[in-house]
Design a binder for this molecule. Structure first.
Ligand code: ATP
Ligand code: ZN
Length: 283
């Protein structure tokens, strides 16, 4: 049995649970429970505060965990990282009041900066050769300037709308973060094997998220040209249509190149293009 620690309630919770579900792992989720055993995979899920997850994984209370890199690195436990998971993307940024006259990072010399991430901030200031006073507070960092606690803040930003609504502007990016899977470094063989199985499924889910299945109709004399425009795992599948002179081509395309490919194959004569999501992808 492998013990996975995830955030009980917060910005990491839904995506963490969805990833487990998409791996085909079932469990009963009750918001009152602190742990739950999965019914069809040797996994037990512990629901914890995100800040406690790196410590519990390092100590072996949990075997693996899902946490933001910002918390992991702040706690000095980045050596537990197994791999990045691609969700909960955000950044840790410095912000000052909108009206402040800010030209460069050296303007922060001698200033007070409020944050919940003193270690990440200190490392950044050292790197930039800036000396400032860091005030560590555990929440509501964005109100610190308006109550006179600090001239600047260093906090998590994703769209920036929270900063704007508090009359602040982002001036420096300190750290880029996303959710990561972490693991205890001394897992016994039996647990490592379960982790390998879980990772196999996670990779299939992640690959599928980026990939789309594409079906299109092509005049027979354009099959060659269109096939060359389509990347695929091996070669695209070509099936004859009931209508003489036409074929159906099936392939897999990456979301990033998707629109560019569609434009090209359309120009080459493709018709009836269908694009469908892929649930799992094992190569
Ligand atoms: P807890 O009560 O578990 O301590 P918390 O208040 O510290 O929760 P959340 O606000 O739920 O934490 O954020 C958890 C993690 O999600 C952050 O550490 C960060 O990695 C990521 N995160 C935070 N804000 C955002 C955002 N706006 N967009 C995307 N990811 C975010
Ligand atoms: Zn937290």
């Amino acid at each position: 049995m492998l013990r996975l620690a995830i955030q009980k309630s917060g910005r990491l919770s839904d995506d963490s649970l969805n990833l487990i579900r998409e791996c085909g792992i079932s469990f009963i989720n009750s918001s009152l429970k602190l742990k739950t055993a999965c019914t069809n995979f040797p996994l037990e899920i512990l629901f914890l505060r995100d800040d406690d997850i790196p410590g519990y994984v390092a100590d072996g209370v949990a075997d693996i965990g899902i946490v933001g890199q910002n918390v992991l690195v702040e706690e000095g436990k980045q050596e537990l990282t197994v791999e990045a998971l691609g969700f909960s993307k955000c950044r840790l940024s410095l912000a000052v009041p909108k009206s402040a006259d800010y030209n460069s990072i050296s303007d922060l010399n001698g200033k007070n900066i409020a944050t919940s991430y003193p270690n990440l901030l200190q490392a950044f200031l050292d790197e930039q050769g800036v000396q400032a006073h860091i005030h560590t507070i555990s929440g509501s960092v964005e109100i610190a300037p308006s109550i006179g606690l600090a001239e600047a803040i260093c906090d998590i930003v994703s769209s920036g709308s929270t900063l704007i609504s508090n009359g602040l502007k982002e001036v420096e990016r300190v750290f880029k973060s996303e959710a990561v899977l972490i693991a205890n470094q001394e897992l016994p063989q039996e647990k490592r094997e379960i982790l390998e199985k879980l990772l196999f499924r996670v990779h299939a889910v992640q690959r599928a998220r980026k990939a789309k299945y594409i079906l299109l109709n092509s005049p027979d004399d354009k099959i060659e040209e269109i096939s060359q425009l389509l990347p695929s795992i091996k070669a695209p599948t070509v099936l004859p249509l009931a209508e003489e002179g036409w074929s159906s081509i099936h392939s897999v395309v990456n979301e990033d190149d998707f629109w560019e490919i569609i434009e090209k194959i359309k120009a080459a004569g493709a018709q009836g293009i269908l694009v469908v999501p892929i649930e799992k992808m094992i190569v």
